[in-house]
Each structure stands twice: as structure tokens, then as C-alpha cells.
Design a protein around this ligand. Structure first.
Ligand SMILES: N[C@@H](CCC(=O)N[C@@H](CS)C(=O)NCC(=O)O)C(=O)O
Length: 236
């Protein structure tokens, strides 16, 4: 038996160690919200972490989750998937293994073709490099748009405007926090996703996501996100 926990948690319930401005943490928050499962939040100040936090997550990252039996889970998608599987009645994940695989590939595409270039662009102070990264980002959004078009032809996508058709589900839980950060790029680097036809599906999805009440429930606000990203901008 290990030593008694000396960190805060809600007895008998779920406790989410989170940070409002962290896009990964908002995935976990949105998974619980969408499943309609109550949870307590311990807001972690990442600039001044509590001395007990390594007991929860030795890696020091948010989000982390403490389950009612004291199990600690980390990694945003692991937590979101746990919620989806623990509460299957919320139907956050498709049941069909092929549809699940296609969903995971979509999230992976965003994580590999968009998110790294988002951060590279915001961190770059070199105009030439910024232009190259903007072109790469546009390619990434084009690929995302094509994936959405393909999904909306499938039974699991049923015409959109969300990944799972007319329902906010796992894809939006995983990616809304990255979509809502896009105005940060416009603010610091003047980047917007182009409006030509190749990007139409992306814009349709993005609009539906931003307007959904589940997005609003965890949205920190544009100004807060701009301020939170300032630390990445060398020339701000
Ligand atoms: N792969 C992790 C990434 C989580 C992550 O990077 N969280 C950041 C905040 S957005 C963090 O906790 N950083 C710790 C620190 O700044 O010390 C996940 O998906 O949960």
C-alpha cells in the first residue's frame, strides 16, 4: 500500500487537474461536459505549479484525471477516450472499428499537419520562414477539409457539419480547443485559413464547432488566448 495522497481531490468523484488556457486540458473538460458527467476541477497555475502536483503527474503536465477509485490518468486523448468508453451511452465514439480508425486518423492528421506548424509559425520571427510556414499550414487545412468532405459522404458522417454528422462528439472534443486558437495566429501573424472552395468544408465545420454550446462552455475567450500565447512570440 502506498502513502496516503496529500494532494487535493474530490472524495468519491472525478477530479480533473486542468488549466483553462491549455488546449489539451480543454479536451478533457469537454469530454466530461459532453458525457454529462460531474467532475471537480483543480485549476493548475502552470507558471507557479503547486508543490503537490508531481504526486498527481510526475511529468508536470495538465490535464490529469483522478478517478473515484484513486487511479490517475494522464494525456488528454487517453482521458477523453477513457470518458467515452466509461460512459458509452453518450456515444462520443463510433461503435464501428473502421469508423473509429478513420476518426483517429483525422485527429492524427490535424496533430501532425496543422498543430506543429501553428506553433512553429507563432514562434518564428523570420519573415521568410513565416511565409513558408503559412503555406504549409494552408496545405494542412486543405488536407483537413478533404478529410471532412470524405467523411460527410460516409454513413458515420451523414452530411456533416460535425465529424459524426449532426452531433458534436469525439472529433470536436479533441480539436475544438485548437480551432478556437486560430484567431491567435491571425492576431500575431496575420494568418487566416483561405476562403477558396478547397477550404469550404473546413470553414463549415469550424463555424458549426464555434457556434455549438459545448464550445462556449469551455472557451476561455479570444483575448485570454492571445495573452496566453504571448510567451511563444519572440517579437511580441
Ligand atoms: N501530450 C499532452 C500535452 C499536454 C501539455 O503539453 N500541457 C501543457 C499545457 S498546454 C503543460 O502542462 N505544460 C506544463 C508546463 O508548462 O510546465 C496531452 O495531450 O495531455
Amino acid at each position: 500500500m502506498g502513502a496516503a495522497a496529500t494532494y487535493p481531490f474530490k472524495e468519491g468523484g472525478y477530479t480533473l487537474y486542468s488549466c483553462t488556457t491549455c488546449p489539451f486540458a480543454r479536451r478533457a473538460v469537454r469530454a466530461f461536459n459532453a458525457a454529462n458527467v460531474p467532475y471537480a476541477v483543480e485549476e493548475i497555475d502552470l507558471t507557479n505549479k503547486p508543490e503537490w502536483y508531481p504526486q498527481v503527474n510526475p511529468r508536470g503536465l495538465v490535464p490529469a484525471l483522478r478517478t473515484p477509485d484513486g487511479t490517475i490518468l494522464v494525456e488528454s486523448l487517453v482521458i477523453a477516450e477513457f470518458v467515452a468508453e466509461q460512459f458509452p451511452e453518450a456515444e462520443l465514439l463510433p461503435r464501428d472499428p473502421v469508423a473509429r480508425a478513420q476518426l483517429r486518423l483525422f485527429i492524427d492528421k490535424y496533430a501532425t499537419e496543422v498543430t506543429p506548424n501553428f506553433y512553429r509559425l507563432i514562434k518564428s520571427a523570420d519573415k521568410g520562414e513565416q511565409d513558408a510556414l503559412k503555406a504549409k499550414l494552408a496545405e494542412g487545412f486543405k488536407a483537413i477539409s478533404a478529410e471532412l468532405d470524405a467523411q460527410w459522404q460516409r454513413e458515420a458522417g451523414r452530411g456533416g457539419p460535425f465529424w459524426a454528422g449532426d452531433r458534436w462528439a469525439y472529433a470536436e472534443i479533441a480539436l475544438a480547443s485548437f480551432l478556437e486558437a486560430l484567431p491567435v495566429l491571425e492576431h500575431y501573424r496575420g494568418f487566416v485559413v483561405p476562403s477558396t472552395d478547397e477550404f469550404a468544408a473546413f470553414h463549415r465545420w469550424n463555424k458549426a464547432v464555434q457556434e455549438h454550446p459545448e464550445a462556449a462552455r469551455a472557451y476561455p475567450g479570444r483575448d485570454t488566448l492571445i495573452a496566453a500565447h504571448k510567451k511563444f512570440v519572440p517579437d511580441a
